[in-house]
Write a protein that binds this ligand. Sequence first.
Ligand code: G6P
Length: 473
Amino acid sequence: MPKTIIVSNRLPVKVTKQDDAYQLSSSEGGLATGLGSIYKQDDNLWVGWPGLEIDRHDDQLSVTEQLKELSLMPVFLSQDEINQYYEGFSNEVLWPVFHYYASTYAHYAEANWECYQRVNQKFCDAILEVANPGDTIWVHDYQLILLPKLIRDARPDVSIGFFQHIPFPSDEMFRLIPWRSELLEGMLGADLIGFHTFDDVRHFLSAVQRLLPVQVSANIITSGERAIVIESFPMGIDDKKYGNLSQQPNVKIEAELIKETFKNQKLILSIDRLDYSKGILQRLHALEVLFEKHPELITKITLYMIVVPSRDQVPQYKELRDNIDKKVGNINARYRTLEWSPIQYFYKSFPIETLSALFSTADVCLITPMRDGMNLVSKEYVASRMHNDGVLILSEMAGASKELIDAIIVNPSNVQEVSRAIVKSINMPKAEQARRMVQMRQNVSKFNISHWVKIFMDRLSEVKQMQRSMQTR
Ligand code: G6P
């Protein structure tokens, strides 16, 4: 029976080393939940990196055995590969360029590009060990852009889907990358290429049209004998999980505690991975503007800001962390009173129960990335609001803003506008909160993660059918 293979840079588990043994714990990530219905079935599997260097052969064998039980197959990376493929190329070329930080942060090093190619080949070799003709392979994200073509060249008879979780930049930005054509050719090995938004699709099509000798007609690219379909599939979340979590007794107790602690303030929540694309410094600036313009709000609001540690071996991330520490310190030192601090800042990850308690308690959720593929946190906040209250302030640069149109949509660089949005949100009448939240909750529940997985997989098999009928004509 044909099987489905999911491939992503990271496996959906957390592997940690304790004493001399490796421990596995499952991931709470949205993608892991959504694709659980696929990779855990029959002979299907998920191929990816376990997330840390495991260099001893014996350890690799034992981790491989443990992962096999969970339908996971590891691709081990050496420390040099982690430095060059993951940090050097994925996170110092593709991430900054795709998020419009080319001139500030992109670092084009030939050695990192070579390693990126080698590691994509390594993933391909792992897949070829298990893939048979007729199988479906779904490749995820920018770390593996070359993989669709590598697989296609070796196994022309499989179905390949590629989904990019981060934005695709305008052609003007994308063409700066020295290896731009190779990257596009890599993606075009897929039969179906998905992005979160129509804008990403548009940017990708125009880059292909300008840089490669292929035919583009509407959203179909013809390359040699093959037709490749490009479409948007906005990713959703497991909305029921967030709704149910907020009703759990332990979460309710935690939520009551938070309410009691902040009973004299409006609670504004922000949760991001540490990243310059998340607009964290700009958000803090907007808070300063707010206190300057509205001194009456001093002691009346609290920003509860969670930054989840990420990529801390990449220099720009270390620098950003220092800058956030400094800015939070300045604002707190300037405005705090004996009983109150304007910002409760945490640089750590929290258990999902605590996040749920915060989501269900916060009066406002403030999400202001400078550029973001989708932003699932905004949807998690909405799905947690069982009483249809609370206000979402959302950057127009997040893919989610195309769907959650009842949020207060802001330009994250316009700190005046963001500060006005905060004032508007804390004064918003309950009836208006409910009207907006009901609409957003309907959207999040209808277009949830299972819907996303289903429409992508269905479309991939339709595209394959279409290609077969073209070939027999
Ligand atoms: C983004 C990317 C993912 C990535 C995640 C965490 O959401 O789209 O591919 O896995 O960030 O980043 P990390 O570098 O820790 O895998």
